[in-house]
Write a protein that binds this ligand. Structure first.
Ligand SMILES: [Zn+2]
Length: 532
């Protein structure tokens, strides 16, 4: 009997072999032909074919003729590594939109969560949930210092006790063990803003010892921006870890031009051996909540009930209004209530897209700065809104973009298509750099832009197998037309996808193909240095 089966197996094998030998398994799963390779390192482009087998770049050569299950003709196009975004708030939307169209259609293949000091603590439940959801891009996380402090101390303005610092250290350690790539802070926000520098250093040390980096939304991006850059550098230096100024910008007309000095501080730090870097999004407006942007931190201490109590006390309310007026004039308000735009108000969706001056008028008030400040407080009482703040200068933006230690990060989220009026950075950051700043304005060369989106961020968080097109690397690949690639999303009409990207490949699978998201959802959870 056994002999019979052996014979049968042999016969089947012979039969299979005998059927058309040219129908053997192709050598490669995918070959991309005739493209210009911009490999992510910053080197000038070169012409070659790229072959993918499984999830890996198997071969790059001037000409690959071996049979492939699929070929893509990239003549006239650029073939680059998929882009890596170290600063996203993707937990806003990634479960509802697991294909993450807004990023993938720009060529983004890896997104990082947990910036600005804000993450779930512990991080593992979110990592598990994203893994179970099966998403299109790769996904990794930082752990947030603000969230850790909130959990241990609450949103209050006081120093931590030695015991509490120990507890916070433990939470950083746990997050690193669970796969965090480092510690983020949002020292601008409550409760991060109540943290003394030395306390951040204590937590940064743990992240550093475990191979992580420190990435910070600084304490002050307006009048105090120079001190904030010094603090970010100090935390890297004393914490013994790489440090990064995230979404670097100069807020408020009075402060415009100061990027000359902030960049000088970064250069000086780097010259003496501090590993300090920068990321940036290419827009002259920022986005965060109305209350965080326009109210003083002291008014936000203690959580929402405390905030509302303060606003009900007449003397306190007028104190807050005075400060909010100043912030509209000098900081995130951009000097004019109409430089503040509402992005999303859950209690009144019809306000999305409106300007603060117009909302003030709508309440029957003259749109003076004082009345706009009063309207901002009214908004906070109603339940708050996300806002967009036009208060950044194009010259600072371009100066920061040109700096060799600046990479690209969106600070975006995963919008529900058509819902609310979010900052266009979620849809446009990467292609805007390629279209507006490379092709139109020629601020930086194409190869440098791709470096800032690929090899540089990959190196920053220790992703040794992504960010560069090279044999043996993971096959995360973007293909785009350098003559047409561009962003369409605007502040008036944000829900518009990128143009000019034709294919996006994640872990060897085509995830975006000629205008369509495919059924593949090949993204993986990426784990940081202490859990590998
Ligand atoms: Zn931020």
């Amino acid at each position: 009997m056994r002999a019979f089966f052996a014979l049968l197996a042999a016969a089947v094998a012979v039969a299979v072999f005998a059927v058309a030998p040219e129908a053997q398994t192709p050598a490669f799963d995918l070959v991309i032909r005739n493209g210009r390779i911009v490999d992510g390192t910053g080197s000038p482009w070169y012409r070659a074919d790229v072959a993918v087998r499984g999830d890996t770049i198997a071969r790059i050569a001037p000409r690959i003729d071996a049979p492939a299950a699929r070929t893509i003709d990239a003549a006239g196009k650029v073939v680059s590594p998929g882009f890596i975004d170290l600063h996203t708030h993707a937990r806003r939307g990634i479960i509802q939109v697991p294909t993450v169209d807004n990023y993938v259609r720009q060529g983004v293949t890896t997104i990082m969560e947990g910036p600005d000091g804000s993450s779930p603590v512990p991080i593992k439940p979110l990592l598990d949930r994203v893994a179970a959801t099966r998403v299109t891009p790769n996904f990794g996380m930082f752990v947030g210092q603000g969230s850790i402090r909130d959990q241990v101390i609450g949103p209050v303005n006081r120093k931590a006790t030695p015991d509490e610092i120990d507890k916070m250290r433990g939470l950083v350690r746990q997050a690193m063990e669970q796969g965090a790539f480092g510690l983020s802070s949002g020292l601008f926000y409550v409760p991060g803003t109540f943290t003394p520098t030395a306390e951040v250093v204590e937590l940064a040390k743990i992240a550093g010892q475990m191979g992580g980096i420190y990435i910070s939304h600084m304490r002050d991006e307006a009048g105090g921006v120079l001190d904030s850059v010094r603090e970010t550098i100090e935390i890297g230096e004393k914490g013994g870890l790489p440090t990064q100024i995230t979404h670097h910008k100069i807020i408020g007309k009075k402060n415009w031009g100061r990027s000359v000095d902030t960049l000088k501080l970064v250069d000086e730090a780097r010259a003496r051996g501090v590993d300090a870097t920068i990321d940036q999004y290419p827009y002259t407006a920022s986005s965060t909540s109305i209350q965080a942007a326009l109210m003083p931190a002291w008014a936000l201490e203690g959580g929402r009930d405390e905030v509302l109590k303060r606003l009900r006390t007449a003397s306190m309310r007028s104190e807050v209004q005075k400060e909010t007026t100043r912030i509209i004039l000098e900081e995130r308000g951009g000097g004019d209530p109409n430089n503040v735009q509402l992005a999303r108000c859950d209690w009144d969706p019809s306000l999305a897209g409106k300007r603060l001056g117009d909302v003030t008028k709508g309440r029957g008030l003259e749109p003076t700065v004082e009345n706009a400040a009063e309207t901002a407080l009214w908004i906070v009482e109603k339940g708050g809104c996300a806002g967009i703040f036009h208060a950044i200068d194009e010259d600072d933006l371009q100066r920061i973009l040109r700096h060799p230690a600046t990479m690209i990060g969106s600070d975006g989220e995963v919008p529900i298509f058509g819902e609310a009026s979010p900052h266009p950075r979620s849809y446009g950051t990467f292609v805007r750099v390629l279209g507006r700043y490379v092709r139109e304005l020629k601020v930086i060369p194409l190869e440098d832009a791709v470096r800032k989106m690929a090899a540089f961020p990959a190196q920053r968080i220790g992703l040794a197998d992504r960010g560069v097109l090279r044999e043996g690397m993971k096959a995360d690949i973007a293909i785009f037309d350098p003559n047409t690639v561009r962003d369409l999303a605007t502040f008036e009409r944000p829900h518009q996808y990128a143009e000019g990207v034709t294919q996006v490949i994640v872990n060897g699978q085509v995830a975006f193909d000629d205008g369509r998201m495919t059924a593949a959802r090949p993204g993986r959870i990426l784990l940081g240095p202490a859990s590998r």
